[in-house]
Every structure is written in C-alpha cells, then in structure tokens.
Write a protein that binds this ligand. Structure first.
Ligand code: LMR
Length: 334
C-alpha cells in the first residue's frame, strides 16, 4: 500500500514537472502607439517570428496603445520585471539619467534615414546600446519611425509663428530647448494624453512623425501641419537584462535572430508608413499641409542650431562630435 502511494506521488510529481517544462516563456511587450504604426507592426512581426521559431516555447504578448503602461511607467515596469520588452523612443531615456540618448532629438542632426543609419546601425549605435547595461536593461536594436512634422491650429511657416504656443513634447531636455528656441512653451506630457490635450486646448500643438499623429487622430484636432522634418523620432528595442540573460541559450539565440529580422522589417517599413499616413491626412481635406521652401527651412535651421550648443555638454561632447562626423552636420556652418 505504502509503495503504491509513493509510486503515485512520484508519478504526479513527474507529470507536474513535465507540465511546467511545457509552460511557454512569456514575454510581455508593452508600447504606447497604435497597432498600425511602424513600431506597432514591428512588435507584431517580432511576436510572430519568436513564436514560430521557438515552436511555441516562447509566447509574446503585445500590449499596444498604452494599454498597460504610459511612457514613464513602462520603463519602470521593465526595470522591475513586470514586462520583459519595450521599444521606447530615444527621448524617454533622459529622465533615467541617460541624457546621451537625447542626441537623437537634436534638430536637423540627420537629413535622412541614410545618415541616421550610419549612426544607429554602426559602431556608435553599439556604444549607445551598451550604455543601457548599467540600468539593468539590454539594448537589442534600433527601430525607425521617422522625421517629425509640427502641427497646430495656426500655420507654422516661420520660427516666429511659434511664439507663445504651448507645444506638447516628450520628456527630453533637448526637445524642451528646441521649443524654447522657437519661442514656444514646451509641455511634457504622456503620449496617450496628447489627443485630448489638443482637443481641449490644454496644448496648442505638437510634434511627431506623421504615423503617430494620424493613428492617434491628432490631425482631426489640428488644422495645420508643417512637413518640417526638423528632427527624428525612433526607438531602442530593449529587454529586462536579468530576464534576457537568464533565458536558455538556444532560446536567446533564436530570439536574437527574430530581433534581427524584425529590425529589418521595421526599418524597411517606417518611411513607407509615414508617407502613406501623410497622404491619408491630406485626403481628409481637413488639415492643411504646409511644405517649407528651402529658404524657410534655412530660417528654421538658423533658429534651432543653438540647441546643439546649449545641450552639447549634457549629451557628451565627444560622443556628439563622433555623430557629427558620421552625419556631416556642422553647427558652425549655420
Ligand atoms: C511620443 O511620446 O510622442 C512617442 O515617443 C510615442 C512613440 O512611442 O512613438
């Protein structure tokens, strides 16, 4: 009788152990934008690759649209391990003491994606990713969104047009300095709150790549949009370091492959998505789209170049010089 009990007990334990071994590893991936955006689509693609290639041993749960956490909260959640992956914009790393990432917010630093990729996809990009280690974060890759437009309920053609406007920004000192250089009043606000703030007049205008603006319907409450391309907004794909380092080696290798392919997908898609969304805004006929002439663009550049000088020491002079070398941007020439 006793022996039979012991056998039954061992059998139950073995079944429990097998069940446990079959439990998938769950990755919660939280983000703040809509599904139909460069980041939203890339997160879904990563999920698909990760689940297929690990044959279900990994399950990726994507939570878009600030469903789980808003901007600042999501980084805290990652650090305590409440979620395992995120792709915050570079501007979001400043408040955690990584002001270097705000270099990506500098006005007119990159003329196009090609210049940007010389930084993000080259050795400097690796230096940035490494900087996350000290925060308990693994930097995995850079995902593009795009170049920003400015919007408001009045036309924004010249730097003077910004005078006194309350402009929503992300939590970046560089963006704060940028709006002040234009004579505007910057207001830091979580992404999920921007539509309502624009609608109710808490802020007058905002900046973002058009994919973010359109998918949050911000264009419905903004009469004018200027295609200024005055700055870049993109993402660092990150994971909780303890989680990532603790993965079985074969799983981590497979996930690294999925990251690589999802990054290519994201970066091939970003510009197309932004171009399409600009056309969609145009088609509504409700928001007037302003394109700057070369002379107007030069005026913006001249008004904004001082942001580079003001922020240089906080970003790190040497790092910034190495970025200038890659992009060819020379603040002294303006
Ligand atoms: C914003 O807050 O405007 C953006 O960072 C949102 C995003 O993640 O693209």
């Amino acid at each position: 009788m006793r022996i039979r009990n012991v056998i039954a007990f061992l059998a139950t334990m073995a079944m429990a152990a097998t069940a446990l071994a079959q439990q998938p590893i769950v990755i919660k991936f939280s983000h703040v934008v809509a599904l139909d955006t460069p980041k939203g689509l890339a997160a879904e693609y990563f999920k698909k690759l990760a689940e297929e290639r690990t044959k279900g041993r990994v399950k990726v749960e994507v939570y878009p649209n600030s469903q789980l956490y808003k901007d600042k909260e999501e980084l805290e959640a990652l650090q305590i391990g409440a979620v395992q992956m995120l792709a915050p914009s570079m501007a979001k790393f400043g408040p955690m003491g990584l002001r270097e990432f705000e270099a990506f917010d500098l006005p007119y630093l990159f003329d196009d994606y090609k210049e940007l990729h010389r930084v993000t996809q080259g050795p400097i990009g690796q230096i940035f990713l490494k900087k996350l280690d000290s925060k308990g974060i693994v930097g995995l890759a850079f995902w593009d969104n795009g170049f920003k437009v400015m919007s408001a309920n009045k036309p924004l053609r010249k730097p003077e047009d910004f005078k006194g406007l309350k402009m929503r920004i992300q939590s970046s000192k560089v963006l704060d300095s940028q709006m002040r250089a234009l004579g505007a009043i910057p207001q830091v606000m979580a992404f999920s709150e921007v539509y309502q703030a624009l609608q109710t007049g808490v802020v007058d205008g905002t900046e973002n790549p058009v994919s973010n603006l359109y998918t949050q319907k911000m264009n419905e409450v903004q009469k004018y949009l200027t295609v200024s391309n005055h700055g870049y907004l993109g993402y660092t794909l990150i994971a909780n370091k303890k989680f990532w380092d603790g993965l079985p080696a074969d799983i981590r290798t497979t996930l690294e492959g999925a990251v690589k392919d999802a990054t290519k997908y994201a970066n091939d898609l970003a510009q197309k998505k932004n171009d399409e969304d600009l056309e969609s805004v145009r088609k509504t006929g409700k928001t007037q789209i302003i394109t700057l002439t070369p002379q107007e663009k030069l005026e913006w550049k001249k008004a904004l170049v001082k942001v580079h000088r003001e922020q240089e020491s906080k970003i790190g002079k040497e790092l910034l010089q190495s970025i200038y070398k890659e992009t060819g941007f020379d603040p002294g020439k303006l």
